[in-house]
Design a protein around this ligand. Structure first.
Ligand SMILES: [Zn+2]
Length: 326
């Protein structure tokens, strides 16, 4: 039996439903972890319980289901722009089972000693992979000076990933996030509330030189808060040249003067939605090597705690990514 969970008022309601039978290329995943990130219900890891005729190789496998499940066939998909796919599979509510195409599953068994618990891998479905997609879009390379804006789980995964890619990582965020940022691997923390945007750039360069970073190194900025203030600051930062990647989500706002400077300095502004599934195998390898750890960023909660977890997130009471477990 499949249960799906919804929130009414401040209560979690469980509803028994039938598991949809898989089409030939689909599988049914029994969910071990369902992360409450950008799209609750669509960030899952679990074990394949049933499979269609063309997907029987997946039976019993432990898998991560990417948040984005594009069709793989349309013109956008063929150009590698999966986020613009108009035939992406619609994802359901938070539930104990989900029927999904097998095509983009990431097999993670045997689970590596560095991350031996399947439920934690739900973080890879989006919270850890969306920042990776942004870093790839920004072409972060060894020796780059990389500024990460925002210290929620996506930001902290971005710090660890930036470091794994060989960048010098500067975390910019609220003062109380300092220890978390340094624990995630930031080389330097800057208190985001202490500086007005125009002041940040020279301070950043001075700090970079003090860290021994080549002052001519490429500046890359990944904005993970998806807020107007964060985006304005990110664009201000690359106003002297560089690349800014803005993670999707939240609300947009106009910042015309900064955008003009962005154009004048031939900077790049790249959007980054959910990570392309083709990038998941390299992410899995990073985790297996121990370059990225889920453990300090996650918190397991029962499915029945959905309402409480969402309410806490709205109030900013949870610093770790809630993952619902059976
Ligand atoms: Zn498509």
């Amino acid at each position: 039996m499949r249960y799906q969970f919804t929130v009414t008022g401040n209560r979690t309601e469980a509803q028994a439903t039938v598991v949809r039978s898989p089409e030939p290329g689909e599988v049914v995943v029994a969910i071990a972890g369902s992360a409450l990130g950008a799209q609750p219900g669509a960030e899952i890891a679990g074990t394949v319980l049933a499979a269609g005729d063309a997907a029987t190789d997946w039976l019993g496998r432990q898998v991560v289901v990417p948040r984005l499940l594009p069709c793989g066939e349309c013109p956008s998909c063929r150009r590698g722009r999966a986020v613009r796919c108009t035939a992406c599979m619609a994802r359901g509510l938070v539930a104990t089972h989900e029927t999904v195409p097998a095509r983009y599953l990431l097999a993670v068994d045997p689970l590596p000693p560095a991350e031996p618990e399947l439920w934690r891998w739900a973080a890879l479905a989006d919270a850890a992979s969306a920042p990776y997609g942004g870093l790839v879009r920004a072409q972060v390379a060894p020796g780059d000076l990389l500024v990460i804006l925002g210290l929620a789980p996506r930001g902290r995964f971005a710090i660890a990933l930036g470091r794994a890619l060989g960048a010098h990582v500067v975390a910019l965020g609220p003062r109380e996030g300092r220890e978390l940022a340094l624990a995630a691997g930031a080389h330097l923390f800057l208190d985001g509330e202490q500086f007005d945007a125009p002041d940040i750039y020279p301070i950043l360069r001075a700090e970079a030189i003090a860290l021994g970073i080549d002052p001519g190194s490429e500046l890359k900025v990944l904005e993970t808060t998806a807020t107007s203030a964060g985006r304005r600051r990110a664009i201000d930062l690359v106003g002297q040249g560089g690349t800014v990647a803005l993670l999707a989500g939240g609300t947009a706002s106009h910042c015309e003067a900064a955008l003009r400077r962005l154009a004048e300095t031939e900077s790049s502004l790249v959007g980054a939605g959910a990570c392309h599934p083709d990038l998941f195998p390299e992410l899995g390898a990073l985790i297996a090597r121990g370059d990225l750890a889920f453990e300090p960023e996650l918190e397991a909660l029962p499915f029945a705690a959905l309402a409480e977890a969402l309410a806490d997130q709205r109030c900013g009471r949870r610093h770790r990514l809630p993952v619902l477990v059976p």
